[in-house]
Write a protein that binds this ligand. Structure first.
Ligand SMILES: [Zn+2]
Length: 413
């Protein structure tokens, strides 16, 4: 079938604005924390919309929702489109929501045109992507992918001591299906970029090839507190000066290994007094790169910089790696479908790696997965002022639909 299926941009926009009322804030954002009443409202709305299209909606034991539209051959596992409907406490209207409602628009288009796919097509709403109310982030896609157990998710507490399990039951979204039992053959996640590259390059579509690897470290540099007036320069053990040299070195490592990035974002200086040579400094280091091997090199260079800079300054240090998230490579055949889809719709595109974590990063461990990015104004996200235009939302949904159809077309051989 060579039909051109065009999504309805106005209908997509109207749905984005309509659901933005569930938890809408005075500043035009959304506060829709996981498993809150607002989350229940948007879930109920989403379920009703999918059922109106003839989809069957099921829910797994951690609240992940699956809306399946049958295909010609229902023996085939579905082709999935998924993201999340929860938001940060001062979230925007597009982070996650565009991925689910863009998928809904794609589904509505298939339904309206009576287009029969070879495989079933489905929309997934992943529970608790944000991790704001119940840490960690990407909790339920993580359970689905076997990274966490369901019990681990159930035991997560919010700041009031209320458990994930109790809230899941309270809003009526604790399903019976085992997490991970629901199989699909591919997942496409449409998402806003949450960074400034697409806008800067005036490019509509980001073809996402993976998620960069991330490593976090904590460093404590120890010197000696001393009087700033009475201690000559040559007798000082200035921990802050040592840290400053490492901060420079970290930046240089990032500059050298681009598109990798390296950041010191938090620093505590002790005793932090104007007339005391600082005796102790604590700081964090965040290293990221799409390629694990380069990340390994960045880590070695960081450690070498500590050793080269600090002992000659008579400073001691302790360094600990506290978190690691391996680089993710998305499925080449799905990436091709996205490129085909963007090309067909006539949009400028570029390949890129995601700087942020997403449900797709966990799902890539258990099924072929990829992502589609559209620009967001000023690269701004996790903010009520987050903004993606009417045209950009429409472009994302169109490319999502095109990619799914292309993947489905290839099943026919
Ligand atoms: Zn998101």
């Amino acid at each position: 079938m060579l039909t051109n299926l065009n999504i309805n941009p106005q209908r997509l926009w109207d749905s984005l604005m309509e659901t933005a009322k569930f938890g809408g804030t005075a500043k035009g954002g959304i506060k829709r924390l996981t498993l809150s009443d607002e989350d229940r409202q948007v879930r109920d709305w989403f379920k009703a919309q999918c059922e109106a299209l003839g989809c069957t909606v099921s829910v797994d034991e951690v609240g992940n929702m699956f809306a399946v539209r049958p295909g010609r051959n229902n023996e085939l596992p579905p082709i999935a489109m998924g993201s999340h409907l929860d938001t940060q406490p001062t979230g925007g209207k597009f982070d996650g929501v565009l991925g689910v409602l863009g998928a809904l628009e794609a589904m509505r288009t298939l339904h309206e045109q009576g287009y029969e796919t070879n495989a079933p097509v489905e929309i997934i709403n992943w529970t608790n992507e944000e991790g704001s109310r119940f840490a960690p982030a990407m909790l339920a896609s993580g359970v689905f992918a076997g990274v966490f157990t369901p019990d681990y998710a159930y035991e997560r507490l919010d700041r009031d001591g209320i458990s994930f399990k109790d809230e899941l039951e309270r809003i009526g979204y604790r399903g019976t299906e085992k997490a991970g039992a629901h199989k699909f053959q591919a997942m496409f996640e449409l998402h806003i970029e949450q960074g400034p590259i697409l806008e800067d390059e005036k490019t509509m579509i980001g073809v996402v090839t993976g998620v960069q690897g991330m490593r976090w470290y904590e460093v404590t540099v120890t010197g000696q507190d001393a009087h700033t007036g009475a201690t000559p320069m040559y007798l000082r053990k200035n921990a802050l000066l040592g840290a400053a040299r490492i901060i420079e070195a970290i930046d240089a490592i990032g500059q050298k290994h681009q598109p990798g990035v390296a950041t010191v974002g938090l620093i505590e200086n002790k005793p932090n007094s104007r007339n005391v040579v600082p005796g102790e400094v604590f700081f964090t280091v965040d290293l990221r790169h799409p390629d694990e091997e380069v990340l390994e090199v960045m880590e070695r260079e960081f450690r070498a910089a500590l050793e080269a800079a600090l002992p000659p300054m008579k400073l001691a240090y302790e360094e600990k790696r506290i978190w690691i998230s391996p680089a993710v490579k998305f499925a080449p055949e799905l990436i091709e479908c996205v490129e085909h889809g963007a090309d067909k719709a006539g949009f400028a595109m570029r390949r890129m790696v995601s700087g942020a974590g997403h449900d797709a990063a966990y799902i890539a461990r258990v099924a072929p997965t990829t992502m589609i990015f559209v620009p967001c104004e000023g690269g701004l996200s996790h903010n009520e002022a987050e903004s993606t235009s009417f045209d950009e939302c429409a472009a994302g949904a169109q490319v999502l639909l095109n990619a799914v159809i292309e993947h489905d077309r290839r099943l026919a051989g």
